[in-house]
Ligand binder design. Structure first.
Ligand code: NI
Length: 185
């Protein structure tokens, strides 16, 4: 296991659509090692989500771990560390809500992004089985942000009002809603 370097916006790998993992790769030694490294990396950098392209591996694998707790958006449920392989996302309700997003690949920045707030996710788990989850509110945003990385998209692509892109220090001083989540996705 090892902490990998998180690549930053400008690295071409962040703009490539990642390839699906083949069934025979899931559970294989290289993928297990990648997953272990991604977990170490997420913990070392201190985010709540990390996609494989962010460690320069162009495969459809992402991890999410949310400590949960009360925020102005309500009580965000805990999401224990989970790996999502070849995820597909379906919008259940197109009504959107905006949150200030951050990303380990855009360190020091925050941007306000509106996304659908009710989605369904189908994915392959670490053991190779099929799973699905339905997510609402901030969690729906987190999953869409993470899976965008697998399609070569970054949250800045989804900012509709470019005045709502800020350095973190200024965000915290002038823009942050009180008790808003402040985490890199
Ligand atoms: Ni990100």
């Amino acid at each position: 296991m090892a902490v990998r370097k998180v690549v930053r916006m400008g690295h071409p790998v962040l703009r490539q659509p990642a390839r699906p993992l083949e069934p025979h790769e899931i559970g294989s030694e290289p993928v297990r090692r990648l997953l272990a490294d991604m977990i170490d990396t997420l913990h070392d950098y201190g985010g709540i989500g990390l996609a494989a392209p962010q460690v320069a591996e162009s495969v459809r694998l992402a991890i999410i771990e949310i400590p949960g707790g009360p925020t102005r958006y309500g009580d965000i449920p805990v999401m224990p560390l989970t790996a999502f392989i070849n995820p597909a996302i379906e919008v259940v309700d197109h009504a959107t809500q905006g949150y200030w997003e951050g990303c380990l690949s855009l360190p020091g920045l925050r941007g306000f992004v509106e996304r659908p707030q009710h989605v369904k996710v189908r994915y392959t788990n670490e053991a190779g089985g099929s799973d699905e989850l339905e997510l609402e509110g901030f969690l729906a945003t987190v999953f869409q942000h993470e899976f965008d990385h697998l399609d070569g998209k970054l949250y800045v692509d989804r900012i509709t009002d470019s005045t709502l892109l800020s350095f973190e220090e200024e965000y915290l001083r002038y823009l942050a809603p009180r008790e808003a989540p402040n985490a890199d996705l």
